[in-house]
Design a protein around this ligand. Structure first.
Ligand code: MG
Length: 234
């Protein structure tokens, strides 16, 4: 495979790209199922609870990315909706689950396969940056606990920037903060809407990280299924 044109700056998305959201989240949900005896209340299994969380969480985040709901709404509604889907109505329990989930999840440190190998390789050749739609109070903890923080020269969250991907404003904000130019930069992320379309509309090259090999019709600068593929093209 040919190397891509010479970049100087690489912008990584964080959740579902480097930090393994599903795995970390499932671990916390499993702990919550045990601690709060949710099986006894009618949740079929920790795996089912985790799958329901995933489905509801993706929907809420999609609405958040489209500016339809607030961060507060994600946090307040997530467990209410999950427990409601099992016909459990218990607002106090929902609040406790929500607080404990938010407290525990960012402390988990599972990352995608080859994350450190690839970052060790890339850091010698490029300036690395994080560009994430997320909240300061959790994203920085994730970066520290997973030992990813030292690799990145700048970190931009939608929370701190005041804009979200796919808006061009947050890409401009990140480029300026990195003292980069978009012509010498590339965005790597797992979300076709926020990371890929966002970068494309801003005029920045992009690499779609598609570990699940999902079929799609988007035109992308490049696509990878494993982070280790980056060593072949960068
Ligand atoms: Mg992502």
């Amino acid at each position: 495979m040919d190397k891509l044109k010479k970049y100087k700056h690489i912008f990584f998305d964080l959740d579902h790209t480097l930090w393994d959201y599903e795995k970390n989240s499932a671990e916390v949900l499993n702990e919550l199922v045990v601690k709060h005896q949710l099986i006894e209340m009618g949740i079929p299994s920790a795996e089912a609870f985790s799958r329901t969380f995933e489905k509801i969480n993706v929907g809420l985040w999609s609405d958040f990315n489209k500016n339809k709901i607030s961060r507060k709404a994600i946090r307040e509604q997530r467990f209410l909706k999950i427990l409601a889907s099992y016909q459990i109505e218990n607002p106090d329990l929902c609040n406790r689950l929500s607080d404990e989930y938010l407290m525990q999840c960012p402390t988990k440190s599972h990352v995608f396969p080859f994350t450190f190998e690839v970052l060790d390789y890339l850091k010698e050749k490029y300036h690395l940056h994080i560009l994430t739609n997320g909240f300061d109070d959790v994203q920085y903890i994730k970066l520290e606990k997973s030992k990813l923080a030292p690799y990145f020269k700048t970190v931009v969250t939608s929370d701190g920037a005041g804009y979200k991907k796919p808006m061009a404003s947050i890409f401009k904000f990140a480029i300026d903060k990195a003292e980069a130019r978009k012509e010498e930069s590339v965005m790597i992320g797992d979300n076709l809407q926020t990371d890929i379309m966002g970068a494309r509309n801003f005029g920045m090259d992009h690499i779609y990280f598609n570990p699940g090999k999902l079929s799609h019709s988007a035109s992308v600068t490049h696509e990878i299924n494993c982070l280790s593929d980056l060593q072949k093209i960068l």
